[in-house]
Design a protein around this ligand. Structure first.
Ligand code: ADP
Length: 201
């Protein structure tokens, strides 16, 4: 049986390539990509009130408070284009946010269909992020802030996978290889779950 909705989450350490893969998955499944990091960065760049509230936190590599982050995601998921599904990138990022998301989805009679875990060793992540720092100059890509973000990932974000693993919805994908190879691995895993990609136009 294939199903026509897709409620997906991609999880992986900084530098795992989840942003790039997330966009490809969103495209293939015809669902919006909801990236909390992108939302925060856009608001910081535009100097909105939200941007001013979160700028220091984001630039120091710390997590924005759960209540605020969850409210932003809830509002975004309530929009029409997310009715048939979505791909969450960067949220939930700790156990508190998992509870918030559970509450929201349960209230709508929905649940996550699959959690894609992009597996990349810490040394490889650091190497990729240092390269990105040289190329793009993201203000949270300094060596010290990168180390802090990876520590938060290992201590706070990785544990959420245990919760989802118990539900049997985690697909662990080897995140080392070419971008296309990794996309193919992800598509194969989702297909095995009976999730249907959008027909090619
Ligand atoms: P990365 O995964 O490379 O750290 P993101 O773009 O996912 O980058 O996030 C950038 C920053 O935005 C984080 O370091 C954090 O400050 C903030 N952020 C993003 N998502 C969340 C979240 N779910 N909860 C709290 N803070 C978040």
């Amino acid at each position: 049986m294939t199903q026509t909705s897709a409620r997906l989450l991609i999880v992986g350490p900084q530098g795992s390539g989840k942003g790039t893969q997330g966009v490809r998955i969103g495209d293939a499944y015809g669902v919006p990509v909801v990236s909390t990091g992108d939302v925060f960065r856009a608001n910081i760049t535009e100097g909105t009130e939200l941007g001013r509230r979160v700028q220091q936190i984001v630039e120091a590599g710390n997590l924005v408070p759960d209540e605020l982050t969850s409210e932003i995601v809830r509002d975004r998921l309530a929009e029409d284009d997310a009715a048939r599904g979505f791909l969450l990138d960067g949220y939930p990022r700790n156990l508190g946010q998992v509870s918030h998301l559970d509450e929201f989805l349960t209230g709508r009679g929905e649940e996550l269909d699959a959690v894609i875990e992009l597996d990349v060793p810490r040394a490889e992540s650091i190497e990729r992020l240092s390269l990105r720092a040289q190329q793009q100059g993201r203000t949270d890509d300094t060596a010290e802030v990168i180390a802090k973000r990876l520590d938060i990932y290992e201590n706070e974000t990785a544990p959420i996978l245990g919760v989802y693993r118990e539900r049997g919805i985690v697909d662990r994908i080897d995140g080392v290889g070419s971008l296309d190879e990794i996309t193919e691995r992800i598509f194969a895993a989702l297909e095995a779950r009976g999730l249907a990609r959008r027909a090619a136009a």
